[in-house]
Design a protein around this ligand. Structure first.
Ligand SMILES: [Zn+2]
Length: 487
């Protein structure tokens, strides 16, 4: 028998944004060994894939799975969507390198409680991931807020030269140990007071490594264009590719501005590698931010430390029951998490359809009542937005979650179905694939995901994980560049 696995007669959508073709795929020793007519060949495991699509395993470029990949390595919310690689450390918050002096500052608490942060060096984190053997591959960014919390006694100011030097040292050490780049979450109070110059100086560490800069912008509300300019300035200064996280027009006063945002992105892309990720929903989710409390749109509370019983209820109802204003109720709920129905569907579609955007879930695995993107983001793009709405062809949907993503983050030999590449593969039914998780029942596995292989190992089939966990830690493998084309 020539191959470990032979997938026969699938429609191959290879991740390169070109239409599919019928072929057989042979997998050997974790890699794609052959693509073509393999009718005369046999294998230990053979799969009849007629009527199904075989795509590269999806890359979730925007996750907060930092500690869950270690504590719950089966990773069912992601594996069940066909995701085979997660990028952790987004929005300025990462599990490493972190030495806490107390409870994790907001929003690092999205990654877990104090007990989850046990990695003072990035190398410790990498070793812990390798030891846990998660079911999906893991690559990691270093969070700016994490670095700040290590070296600053007060996060409500910009860092001193000594503090910046200490952060730079830790960032450099982490990049040497395989981190992909630096992320910031400048909108959050724990990083908002960092002046642009603080980030500019830190970003200088990225240059020598060809590492990437990703950012949850300083504002996603009215000053979003200025925040994008700040991101491009930092990227150009560091000669680092820029990825804007979950690009959106947040807040009712900002709706309809996506053409301006995308024009700014396109303009920057003419002279510098830039891109963005987004999740396919018109509602966002994070910690409950008093600055975002408004009666202009619905807000749902997902968790609250002092009032866990209100999870899943609207802030408006809670405030009415308590006889308080929205703001006073929100204060009483802190610390807490929320879903904000603060986007316009037309903006979401425009950004999702843009050639520079990738799909990232931004799922929050710690949340007891999570935004449904945690379980549904990828099938929602394939089923709802590509097949049912017709926003783009299926091969473009796949490209936005595979080939484009791997190229943007420098994940070599992944993200496409090509001979010699790692056999991260998902087999799905193009007619049935759909997200089932919604805001009422957010923890439900998608339909139509038939089989998922990670590094050549079948890990999910017939709606269930089979217990195989063959993910790897993916270290940055060299400078980005070639794969990072602009428009
Ligand atoms: Zn974010």
């Amino acid at each position: 028998m020539k191959y470990d696995t032979l997938i026969r007669q699938a429609l191959i959508i290879d991740g390169s944004n070109t239409p599919g073709y019928l072929a057989d795929v042979g997998v050997l020793a974790g890699r794609i060994e052959a693509i073509g007519d393999l009718a005369t060949v046999t294998a230990a495991h053979e799969v009849d894939a007629r009527g199904l699509v075989l795509a590269p395993g999806f890359v979730d470029v925007h996750t907060h799975d930092d500690t869950v990949v270690i504590r719950h390595p089966q990773m069912l919310p992601k594996l069940s969507q066909g995701v085979t690689t997660v990028i952790v450390g987004n929005c300025g918050i990462s599990a490493a390198p972190v030495s806490l002096r107390g409870d994790p500052p907001d929003p690092m608490n999205l990654l877990g409680t104090r007990a989850a942060f046990t990695y003072p060096r990035f190398a410790d984190y990498r070793a812990a991931v390798e030891g846990a053997q998660p079911a999906v591959n893991v690559a990691a960014l270093i969070g700016h807020t994490a670095l700040r919390s290590n070296h600053m006694d007060d996060l409500q100011r910009t860092a001193t030269p000594d503090e910046i030097a200490a952060m730079r040292g830790q960032l450099q050490e982490s990049l040497e140990a395989g981190a992909l780049g630096l992320s910031t979450g400048l909108a959050y109070a724990s990083a908002f007071h960092a002046k642009t110059d603080e980030v500019l100086q830190l970003s200088e560490e990225l240059t020598a490594f060809g590492a990437v800069y990703t950012t949850h912008l300083r504002s996603e509300f009215e000053p979003v264009l200025e925040a994008m300019d700040e991101a491009f300035l930092i990227g150009r200064h560091a000669k680092a590719p820029v990825i804007i996280s979950h690009l959106k027009c947040a807040g009712a006063g900002n709706w309809g501005r996506s053409p301006q945002l995308l024009a700014s992105l396109e303009q920057a892309a003419k002279t510098h590698p830039v891109g963005c990720d987004c999740y396919p929903y018109a509602a966002s989710s994070s910690t409950l931010d008093l600055k975002q409390v408004t009666d202009a749109f619905r807000i749902t509370i997902t968790w609250s430390t002092p009032h866990p019983e209100v999870g899943g209820r609207d802030l408006q109802d809670i405030a009415a029951q308590w006889g308080l204003s929205l703001m006073d109720a929100a204060r009483r709920l802190q610390p807490a998490g929320a879903v904000y129905y603060g986007m316009d569907e037309a903006d979401v579609r425009r950004i999702l359809a843009h050639p520079l955007s990738m799909v990232g879930s931004d799922g929050l695995p710690e949340d007891p009542f999570p935004h449904p993107r945690l379980w549904g983001a990828f099938p929602r793009v394939l089923g709802h937005f590509s097949r049912d709405v017709g926003l783009f062809p299926l091969h473009t949907a796949v490209h936005k979650m595979t080939g484009l993503s791997a190229a943007r983050f420098g994940l070599t030999e992944r993200g496409e179905i090509r001979e010699g590449y790692w056999a991260d593969l998902v087999l799905f039914d193009p007619l049935r694939v759909r997200d089932v998780a919604d805001f009422k029942e957010p923890q439900r596995a998608a339909q139509g995901i038939e089989r998922v292989w990670v590094n050549g190992v079948l890990s999910y089939s017939e709606g269930q994980a089979n217990g195989q966990r063959s993910g790897r830690f993916l270290a940055r493998s060299g400078a980005l560049g070639g794969g990072f084309s602009s428009l």
